[in-house]
Design a protein around this ligand. Structure first.
Ligand SMILES: [Mn+2]
Length: 439
């Protein structure tokens, strides 16, 4: 086998709208709206600097089937730049940009191969000497919803000794949170005789299997708090024995993050604000000049829990933190807000400051409640009984009933735990209030 190198990328979602972000200053909004294009440019830069032999793109190039002219022009620019370096790209379209999309107007240049609606194969060559190195097969979505198992159309050409790469935009083994398009199993893919399955569709980066390699590179730019962490592509090296090595490379220009902050031991609000500011600075130091958008998750137990219940406390903290980041934004040089760490939201997951060990021993309503919750955690029958009786009112509604049926035991345990926590904190607050009022 002849050694070669390629980039595997997917889900570029060019011109994603970044809608529904409240309270974000205009400068940041512009940066976000440009971020999918900036990530595309970084992809091309990487292909050039790593001297890859080719790129494979596994669907959802555009965010919307009525892709903006702007998105098409920016993609054209990227293709042209790759062309100047002699780097071809092999591309399939996915559910967001199917072949029948109304506005796919601009024809791609010759070094870009767009696969059609049924599986076909082409041979990729090494750039340095033009030798054949790989068979690349792909299939594009003809329409936005493909519900058949298209992976079955892929079969290895047994006469060929070349490395086989399959491009597929698919949901493998019914992963949650994404449409079950082009559904297939890991087994289907393993049995096709391919060396590398270049997947797209699931935006979370994951290597499902090694040898054969079955890989989701994730999208190249996170678009909301649902898409946290580094986003980018894989640079894949295949050596003379067909051994394959993957290196993840970040391409994102704005990164979403969840930061946990415990209120345990905090007695004053200022401490919470100070710690939140410290956390933003810590993230800034690690940010590598990349805009970060952060959601704080407040955890732990303490006196601040009661304060945070109203919601206004968290909102005020958010405003205070944003005021400081806004000042940084005013001093932005060359248009890049890379030194900004934007606090987007605060999620309160704190608990009341209660001595649980003592409460458990107490001969009181709360003590009994806590003991039952503890027992339900261990005993499945009791857990079922509690959850079922609590959810009786929703049984009349078919959809909700379906959802309840799908709940796992762990989800039910969490529900009982949360309910106990809520009941205890409501009832103890009531106790405190009544004591104060002298009842
Ligand atoms: Mn996608």
């Amino acid at each position: 086998m002849i050694p070669f190198r390629f980039i595997h990328t997917a889900d570029l979602h060019l011109d994603s709208p970044f809608a529904g972000m409240s309270g974000v200053p205009e400068k940041l909004r512009q940066h976000l709206q440009n971020s999918t294009f900036a990530a595309l440019n970084s992809l091309v830069d990487l292909a050039i600097s790593e001297q890859v032999d080719f790129i494979v793109v596994s669907g959802d190039v555009y965010d919307a089937s009525d892709s903006s002219l702007r998105a098409q022009l920016r993609l054209q620019e990227a293709w042209d730049r790759l062309g100047r370096y002699g780097i071809p790209a092999y591309v399939i379209h996915g559910n967001h940009d199917p072949l029948n999309a109304r506005k796919l107007r601009i024809a791609p240049p010759g070094h870009i191969k767009i696969f059609g609606p049924s599986a076909e194969s082409v041979v990729a060559r090494r750039r340095s000497d033009g030798q054949s190195v790989a068979v690349i097969s792909g299939i594009s979505y003809p329409t936005s919803a493909v519900t058949e198992n298209t992976s079955l159309q892929f079969r290895r050409d047994t006469a060929s000794n070349l490395y086989h790469i399959g491009l597929l935009h698919a949901n493998v083994d019914g992963q949650e949170g994404h449409d079950a398009y082009s559904p297939c199993s890991l087994r289907d893919l393993q049995q096709a005789g391919y060396d590398y399955w270049a997947l797209g569709h699931i935006h979370q980066r994951q290597i499902l299997h090694e040898s054969p390699w079955i890989v989701y590179p994730g999208n190249i730019q996170g678009r909301s708090m649902k898409e946290t962490g580094a986003k980018g592509c894989y640079v894949v090296d295949v050596d003379q024995f067909g051994r394959t090595e993957l290196a993840f490379r970040a391409l994102d220009h704005a990164r979403w993050l969840e930061a946990e902050l415990s209120i345990t031991g905090m007695i004053r609000e200022e401490l919470l604000r100070d710690r939140a500011e410290e956390l933003l600075d810590e993230i800034r130091e690690q940010s590598d000049g990349r805009l970060h958008i952060v959601r704080f998750v407040l955890t732990g137990r303490g006196p601040l829990h009661a304060l945070l219940q109203s919601g206004t406390e968290g909102e005020e903290l958010l405003q205070e933190l944003r005021r400081k980041e806004n000042r940084r934004l005013d001093y932005t040089e060359n248009g890049s807000p890379g030194h900004v760490v934007w606090p987007a939201a605060i999620k309160v997951r704190t608990g009341a400051d209660i001595d649980y060990a003592a409460l458990r021993e107490e001969d009181s309503f709360l003590g009994e409640l806590l003991r039952i919750a503890d027992t339900a955690e261990e005993e499945e029958a009791l857990l079922e009984q509690i959850v079922n009786s609590a959810l009786t009112p929703v049984h009349d509604q078919r959809r909700l009933r379906g959802l309840v049926k799908e709940m796992t035991a762990d989800e039910k345990r969490a529900l009982v735990r949360q309910a106990a926590e809520m009941a205890i904190s409501l009832l103890t607050e009531q106790d405190v209030k009544e004591a104060k009022e002298g009842k």
